[in-house]
Design a protein around this ligand. Structure first.
Ligand code: AP5
Length: 214
């Protein structure tokens, strides 16, 4: 199964992605996690994208398309995958079509901007796995450490309020048009499209997500 998770920054894509990958036995492909790993490793790619990520802007389409093409050619993607944070522009979505990458389901998680701002300030992340928590809404079992490894959690550099507002603007401008794009694709029978209301407990949203991917 090939799934795209679509939603604003902080809508809960990463949080719900782990339930989908567990339920379907497919890998999560998070372009954000891949880019953060490159920045941390100070690789040539990381050095190229560091500043634009810190500002909340988008990395160039060609860099992302090359990264994704290489990733989905790996053997663990043979049975499908979950795109988290990709595609993010019409150009990226069209690149999938040009490369004959068919998608089964596009799942939108819908959350209003003001809720997003609240969520981001409390987000904490386990850098090695990309697992996310929230200090109030989705806390780790033990404060400040990852549930599975016991390693310390960090706050992302781009979770400051001003940067989050910029990321939201970029989302409305460049990524939201994908909703209409994929609704049209669904209307033409190319894929399924579903929207989940992303406000509520993590568990209640997971239930809706699992129903949509069944
Ligand atoms: P990326 O890492 O993809 O960030 P994003 O899309 O902005 O999404 P986030 O990871 O911030 O949020 P999320 O929806 O996964 O929310 P989460 O589950 O953590 O991208 C980062 C940067 O990389 C971009 O800005 C760009 O520069 C670059 N980039 C990446 N992909 C790119 C691409 N394709 N093209 C170009 N550039 C690209 O949840 C958020 C918080 O809310 C957490 O604390 C969580 O615990 C909490 N939470 C979750 N669910 C709930 C709930 N139901 N109730 C209350 N709190 C909740």
């Amino acid at each position: 199964m090939r799934v795209i998770l679509l939603g604003a920054p902080g809508a809960g894509k990463g949080t719900q992605a782990r339930f989908i990958t567990e339920s379907k036995g497919i890998p999560q492909i998070s372009t954000g996690d891949m880019l953060r790993a490159a920045v941390k490793a100070e690789s040539p790619l990381g050095l190229k994208v560091k500043a634009v990520m810190a500002s909340g802007g988008l990395v160039s389409d060609q860099i992302i398309i090359d990264l994704v093409k290489e990733r989905i050619a790996q053997p663990d993607c043979a049975k499908g995958f979950l795109f988290d944070g990709f595609p993010r522009t019409i150009v990226q979505a069209e690149a999938l079509i040009q490369n004959n990458v068919e998608i089964d389901l596009v799942l939108e998680i819908d959350v209003a901007d003001e809720e997003i701002i609240k969520r981001m300030s409390g987000r904490r992340m386990h850098p090695a796995s990309g697992r996310t928590y929230h200090i109030d809404y989705n806390p780790p079992k033990q404060e400040g450490v990852d549930d599975e490894t016991g390693e310390p959690l960090i706050q992302r550099d781009d979770d400051k309020e001003e940067t989050v507002r910029n990321r939201l603007e970029v989302f409305h401008d460049q990524t939201q048009p994908l909703i209409e794009f994929y609704k049209k694709q669904a209307g033409d029978g190319q894929c399924r499209f579903a929207t989940v209301n992303g406000i509520g407990s993590v568990e209640s949203i997971t239930a809706q997500v699992l129903e949509a991917i069944a």
